[in-house]
Design a protein around this ligand. Structure first.
Ligand code: WQD
Length: 353
């Protein structure tokens, strides 16, 4: 019997890629998703990739009765990977209460059910956003929380605090993974990032501009203290990120955690500027697209990249895929989207500007 793992938000960008890694690593995912930022078509494509059906339930974490019933119907849940959350920095500034409801109170609902049903642990989707603009780079897990520049970032800081308290001297254990910038797509080209409406993140905006869906990319600032003046981030292939979740889950289920609450930076340890990403995308895919330098985006930090020593030494995990592969798979996914090979979503694929 494969260990049954509850994957909340399992049809989302990172959740769907992790479902594939889980299935290929001997686990049985139990996928729940409220489809607020995904669609059924992702489930069908996951089953195509894996060559097997998956258990899926359309449930909102804030629906306490439905969530309670889920744990009654699935008494054998061995672990939980919690992705379900709202994650658009800009939207969180406009709708902070939505973010506190979806990212904080929903987490508490889930933790109460985990405790009541004696599920041993959780892998939590945290973010490098908790660091704000670090004083030193590369940033290590020992560094304190910074000024999270948005309600989204604050919900991740609060979430980690809740989990640290929920796991202190109890049987419940947690591993929080602080993601850097996930980009790219599964090699099949059948799943990838498909943000609702106009993308706020860099890479989907690049691919949609290259595809002619956006007039041009605006590069937010070139007056930062970096080699070419544009901001630096630690971009990580989403499949490497998915593998990190399986490594953390295995560590937890095998009882290898040294303490009940562990945190790991999940990045590559290397930073790239926006212009370096644009160069890599155009070189790898043999395509150019229009962009212009504009003012900085409010709330953006200048540079961040991870110290990945802990993940390497303790999780025995390292990112393997290159920036070129990230750019290649991101473009392949965009092309498949355009060719209608990937989705039967009811929502319009792209909001016109
Ligand atoms: C990257 C760089 C922009 C868009 C994201 C998520 C956050 C967290 C970390 C998971 C920045 C520049 C962007 C554009 C641009 N992930 N940019 N033009 O802000 O680092 O945060 O990753 O928790 O949730 O939001 O990512 O892709 O928005 O920006 O120049 O149209 O690209 O200024 O330097 P960010 P991003």
């Amino acid at each position: 019997m494969k260990p049954l793992i509850l994957v909340t938000g399992g049809l989302g960008y990172i959740g769907s890629h992790t479902v594939i890694e889980l299935a290929q690593s001997g686990y049985e995912p139990l996928i729940i998703d409220n489809l607020s930022n995904s669609s059924y078509s992702v489930l069908h494509r996951l089953e195509t990739i894996a060559g097997k059906p998956f258990i899926f339930e359309k449930i909102d974490l804030n629906d306490q009765a439905a969530m309670k019933n889920l744990f009654v119907r699935y008494p054998d849940i061995r672990g939980v990977i919690h992705f379900a959350a709202s994650k658009a920095v800009g939207e969180s500034i406009e709708k902070p209460l939505l973010y506190y409801r979806n990212n904080v109170s929903a987490l508490v609902n889930l933790l109460e059910l985990i405790e009541a049903n004696e599920v041993s642990g959780m892998i939590f989707s945290s973010s490098c956003t908790v660091y704000g603009q670090p004083d030193e780079l590369p940033v290590t897990e020992r560094m304190p929380f910074g000024n999270a520049s948005s309600p989204y970032g604050k919900t991740k800081q609060i979430g980690e605090q809740i989990l640290r308290d929920a796991s202190s001297d109890k049987t419940f254990r947690c591993i929080a993974l602080r993601y850097f910038n996930p980009i790219g797509a599964h090699e099949s080209g059948l799943i990838g990032e498909l943000p609702n409406g106009i993308p706020s993140n860099l890479v989907p905006f690049i691919t949609q501009t290259a595809a002619g869906l956006r007039e041009k990319l605006r590069v937010f600032g070139n007056d930062y203290n970096t080699p070419d003046g544009t901001a630096i981030r630690d971009y990580i292939h989403v499949m490497d990120l998915a593998a990190a979740h399986v490594a953390a889950l295995s560590r937890q289920l095998l009882g290898k955690q040294a303490v009940n609450y562990e945190v790991f930076n999940i990045g590559t340890g290397q930073g790239f500027t926006v212009l370096q990403l644009i160069e890599a995308f155009e070189r790898v895919n043999g395509i150019s697209f229009p962009y212009e330098i504009v003012d900085r985006r409010p709330g953006d930090i200048e540079k961040i990249f991870a110290d990945t020593t802990l993940a390497s030494d303790v999780l025995q995990w390292r990112a393997k895929r290159s920036l070129d592969d990230m750019m290649h798979t991101a473009w392949q996914w965009q092309q498949n989207l355009m060719a209608g090979k990937t989705t039967s979503t009811t929502q319009p694929l792209y909001e016109k500007i």
